[in-house]
Design a protein around this ligand. Structure first.
Ligand code: CP
Length: 294
């Protein structure tokens, strides 16, 4: 693997190996060291979890990390990497960008360079490291993916998390995937699963519920919803959670809008695996960097 760009570029075996490696790192707690390797983080969009977990992952592997203040750079992404950072001997570029396919385009432009590009989220298109950490978190509780009903609830249309999760579910054989969203937040095309605007039907007897953040910054005027109405119809509360299986787990990629898409009593309750997702995020990103360096 030269770059880490999209779930669709990974084989079933690649995904299994990444999850096995992340589980091994989590279990054993001793890690290989790659002290000569340098990682640059270029985040053109806000991030807390992804940025910090890639930084922690790199440091746990003995790598050096540079966080670039990209929003104040006068150079384009290509120039910045090609003329400056690659020449300085930086090996990894962990990039988040608002433009779909930006990292894939950059990987093509810079194909002659001996560098690794890691997609930390591009627009509404993909968030592949999130999909792997989500699957790892599910498999720790419920390893038989073919037997599961998984529901994702929220703004599916604008969610790179939902996109990448559909792709990983298709690839790894999740039994049933239900995408629950109000009509105006339903995508025109889906990659896997089925769509409904009926929360009760969508989460009934679910094994896993993934709640998504209401992304106000991505909504155009025609997609605006009254938040108290959205909450009334789609929020994950202790009441709606009762529709799922008794041992269902609840996940959320963060950041959470508590009291809108999810109640604190659910986010902090016994079914929640939200903190496990954050913890697993570091191990999955270690596995990604480790697989690229080899
Ligand atoms: N899950 C996720 O991508 O969170 P951040 O935006 O904080 O990185």
């Amino acid at each position: 693997m030269k770059h880490f760009l999209d779930i669709n570029r990974l084989s079933v075996e690649d995904i299994q190996l990444l999850i096995e490696k992340a589980l091994l790192f989590k279990r054993e707690g001793n890690f290989p060291k790659y002290e000569s390797q340098i990682v640059a983080q270029l985040f053109y969009e806000n991030s807390t979890r992804t940025r910090v977990s890639f930084e922690l992952a790199a440091k746990q592997l003995g790598m050096k990390v540079i966080n670039l203040d990209v929003n104040h750079s006068s150079e384009s992404k290509g120039e910045l990497i090609e003329d400056t950072l690659a020449a300085m001997g930086i090996h990894f570029f962990v990039i988040r960008h608002h433009q779909n396919y930006m990292q894939e385009d950059l990987a093509k432009t810079l194909s002659a360079y001996d560098i690794h590009i890691v997609n930390a989220g591009d627009g509404t298109h993909a968030h592949p490291s999130q999909a792997i950490l989500d699957l790892m978190t599910i498999m720790e509780d419920k390893p038989n993916l073919r037997d599961l009903k998984i529901a994702i609830v929220g703004n599916i249309k604008h969610s790179r998390v939902a996109n990448s999760f559909q792709n990983i579910s298709a690839k790894m054989g999740v039994g049933e995937l239900v995408l629950v969203a109000p009509k105006i937040w339903q995508p025109e095309q889906i990659h896997y699963g089925r769509v409904t605007s009926d929360l009760e039907e969508g989460i009934r007897d679910a094994d896993v519920i993934i709640s998504l953040r209401v992304q106000n910054e991505r909504l155009v005027a025609s997609e605006q919803l009254d938040m108290s109405r959205y909450r009334g119809q789609f929020a994950l509360t202790e009441g709606t959670l009762k529709l799922a299986k008794a041992d269902a787990i609840v996940m959320h990629p963060g950041p959470l809008n508590r009291g809108i898409e999810i109640d604190s009593s659910v986010a902090d309750g016994p079914h929640s695996r939200i903190l496990t997702q954050v913890q697993n995020g570091v191990f999955v990103r270690m596995a990604i960097l480790d697989s690229l360096v080899r």
